[in-house]
Design a protein around this ligand. Structure first.
Ligand code: MN9
Length: 296
């Protein structure tokens, strides 16, 4: 049995900063890692949706893995998101993550073609069996049509390599069901705006984008929940959701880049086809950043 303890807690879905010419800004990335660690983050989920992983070349994704591993230097648990449409490319990235000392790999299901279930489970088995690293399934039903169920998960989790699920969905019953598999696994709540409900349904931790700048706040919500201070936890979640609902108006990733830039990390823009950060977004996020900086 693998030790699951290092996989519990609050994980930042790490954003990827870009230079003006659209290349990855590794200096800013290192700063962002440091900033997260100062804000009590337990680990990083690298190159996922938030990291614009699917808008990076595979070489860039591997370079980001390397930069984050070096910057972290053993101070946090590292999960490499290697999901893509092409199994061999995912395997290549998983091997890279293994050689860099990552703790686990994760992958979104293959999208676009509407693959049959056997192809999706085959993809997961092939990636999981290609390295010694454990696999965390990225269940994100809105991303391409595949929705994990308890039955499918029980089949996959017969393979000991599988240790967890990142559940990016507000279907809390599904999350609860994943905690009832034939053996113990880690389940991450994937939407920050519903972290508290995920915890109430048994989540072991959370992976999310807003933890890049609200790490301390969400750690406090987790502590309050654990201690049974539910009113306080609800208050904390409400405060965070006021910010997240404002971000959703302008685009979540653009808003996050605007906030972090205000906080002193030069994040640049998101890659096309994401829209540029609007002036209205910058104005609104400036206020949020100022509020957060005064509090944290
Ligand atoms: O990885 C993120 N999921 C996506 C987690 O972006 C699809 C979340 O952290 C969201 O960005 C966040 C805002 O909706 O909950």
């Amino acid at each position: 049995m693998r030790d699951l303890n290092k996989f519990r807690g609050l994980f930042s879905a790490l954003l990827t900063p870009f230079n003006k010419d659209n290349s990855v800004n590794f200096e800013a990335l290192k700063k962002l890692v440091e900033f997260n660690l100062e804000n009590e983050i337990d680990g990083f989920y690298v190159g996922g949706s938030t990291g614009e992983g699917l808008l990076l070349t595979n070489e860039e994704r591997k370079a980001v893995f390397k930069c984050v591993a070096e910057a972290t230097n053993g101070r946090a648990t590292l999960i490499a998101h290697v999901g893509t449409l092409h199994t061999d490319a995912a395997i290549d990235m998983a091997k890279c993550a293994e050689s860099l000392g990552y703790d686990a790999v994760s992958a979104v299901a293959p999208y676009y073609y509407g693959f049959p279930l056997a192809a999706v489970t085959g993809y997961y088995q092939d990636i999981a069996n290609s390295t010694s690293l454990p696999m965390i399934i990225y269940n994100f039903p809105n991303s391409g049509g595949f929705s994990l169920t308890k039955d499918i998960a029980n089949e996959l989790f017969k393979n000991e390599k599988f240790i967890g699920i990142k559940h990016t969905s507000n279907d809390m019953f599904a999350l609860q069901q994943f905690k009832q598999l034939d053996r113990e696994i880690v389940v991450y709540n994937g939407f920050d705006e519903t972290l508290l409900s995920g915890l109430a349904m048994g989540a072991d931790g959370a992976i999310g984008s807003t933890y890049n700048f609200m790490g301390k706040k969400f750690k406090q919500i987790m502590r309050d929940f654990k201690a049974g201070n539910i009113d306080k936890a609800i208050k904390g979640q409400n405060e965070a959701d006021e910010i997240i609902s404002e971000m959703i108006k302008y685009g979540v990733f653009q808003s996050e880049k605007a906030i972090l830039t205000e906080m002193g990390i030069d994040m640049g823009e998101c890659r096309r086809p994401f829209l540029p950060i609007s002036d209205e977004c910058r104005e609104s996020m400036k206020k949020i950043a100022e509020k957060l900086m005064n509090k944290q």
